[in-house]
Design a protein around this ligand. Structure first.
Ligand SMILES: Cc1ncc(COP(=O)(O)O)c(C=O)c1O
Length: 393
């Protein structure tokens, strides 16, 4: 396969897959690889889930696209299902996580505009990742992703993740804040959880309510069952005003969603936002089929038990050497000792163990397996990781 005509925006691994089924990816010669990454938290139901494949096939043969100039029955149905699952009032369908976040950040501006702000600011976190459109990139912390793009830094205030006092301090220091935008667990930034877990979200919501700011959650990665609840915020009693998601929403079909509730509902009117492809009959039917599988199965429960099994297995094997685990459900971080050289772990896992993983934040193995992984498969994840790491201890 030649990559000559592709812009080199990705450091690609020297392998490609031609087929996927459940937790497994296959090369052209049918070598199976155990997929503990699912396209970075995308194929939560596993590769080519039969119900989702069926929905794609049927809708592709019926009607792919009309336009948002017309009613779209499947968009109505997907919207109702998703808003009920998320406890939100209404939804805008986009095509990616960055676009869903762009919608959220535009909503924050509209909200501020209604209150007479000229150049409102949104509080975001250190180590955050929100996407690569210009505004979502400006909200993102990663210096490598931002370099050279003249990000809109005046529009954001950055505080340490998990530090509620820093948000309170910002409220004291600035007059023109309109929202807080945060990931419940930081995915790209190192699988970081707040020290007080999901109660951090309740604390943020309380500050937002005090100051009349929007409380906005980026659940692009944590949503759609990934952490064992439909949305990660449901581990707490907090409720966002704005909620974005993508990734697992289409199980590999490109789609994103920005949902609103209460004071954020009704900010967008006709013409104030849009997308040619947002919520096509095909995309919407896929969203509905993923919802149907998640809502009518034990898959989220499975994500909790198998996620814990993998975490426990790794800590049992290497806890005495300082290895610890973090995350929730099937969003798993295995933190290795900081002085350990992890630079070739991804390649060795793939080539020696036929296991697909990711390493983030320099020394954290990031696992995002299918939510419906079987016990045999999660045992294999642990076994292959133990084989991989054993020589290092
Ligand atoms: C939390 C979060 N927000 C936004 C994005 C961007 O999503 P997309 O790549 O679909 O634009 C990502 C992608 O990794 C993400 O993890």
């Amino acid at each position: 396969m030649s990559a000559t005509y592709l812009m080199p925006t990705y450091l690609r691994q020297p392998i490609s897959f031609t087929r996927g089924s459940g937790s497994w990816l296959y090369t052209r010669d049918e070598t199976p690889y155990l997929d503990a990454l699912t396209g970075i938290a995308v194929c939560g139901l596993g590769h080519c889930h039969p119900q989702v494949t069926d929905a794609i096939q049927q809708q592709a043969a019926t009607l792919v696209h009309t336009s948002n100039l017309f009613g779209i029955d499947w968009q109505e149905r997907a919207g109702e299902a998703l808003c009920n699952a998320a406890q939100m009032d209404s939804v805008f369908f986009a095509n990616s996580g960055a676009e869903a976040n762009e919608a959220a950040l535009k909503l924050a501006r509209l909200y501020a505009h209604q209150q007479g702000f000229k150049r409102p600011k949104v509080i975001v976190m250190e180590q955050s990742f929100h996407g690569r459109t210009l505004l979502s990139l400006s909200a993102t912390a990663n210096p490598k992703a931002r370099e050279g793009f003249y990000t809109l830094d005046d529009d954001f205030i950055r505080v340490p993740f998990g530090d509620i006092a820093a948000i309170e301090q910002a409220a004291h220091d600035y007059e023109d804040i309109c929202a807080v935008f945060v990931e419940p667990i930081q995915g790209e930034g190192g699988l970081n959880t707040a020290s007080n877990g999901f109660s951090y979200l309740e604390q943020i919501q309380a500050v937002c309510n005090t100051h009349n700011w929007l409380f906005m959650l980026d659940e692009v990665q944590t949503g759609n069952g990934r952490t064992g609840k439909y949305f990660a915020y449901q581990h707490s009693s907090a409720r966002p005003d704005v909620l974005t998601t993508a990734k697992g929403l289409g199980n590999g079909f490109p789609v994103g969603a920005c949902m609103v509730r209460g004071r954020a509902n009704g900010l967008f009117g006709a013409g104030s936002h849009g997308s040619t492809y947002g919520g096509t009959p095909l995309a919407s039917r896929v969203v509905h089929s993923v919802y149907d599988v998640l809502a009518n199965s034990d898959i989220m429960k499975n994500a909790v038990t198998e996620g814990q099994f993998i975490r426990d297995g790794m800590v049992d094997a290497f806890g005495e050497y300082g290895v610890s685990s973090r995350g929730a459900g099937m969003m798993i971080g295995i933190a290795l000792p900081e002085d350990m050289d992890c630079s070739n772990l991804v390649d060795r896992a793939r080539d020696e163990q036929k296991l697909i993983i990711n390493v983030t934040g320099a020394h954290v193995i990031r696992l995002l397996p299918p939510l419906n992984m079987s016990r045999d498969e999660s045992s294999q994840v642990v076994e292959r990781l133990v084989n991989l790491l054993k020589p290092s201890f």
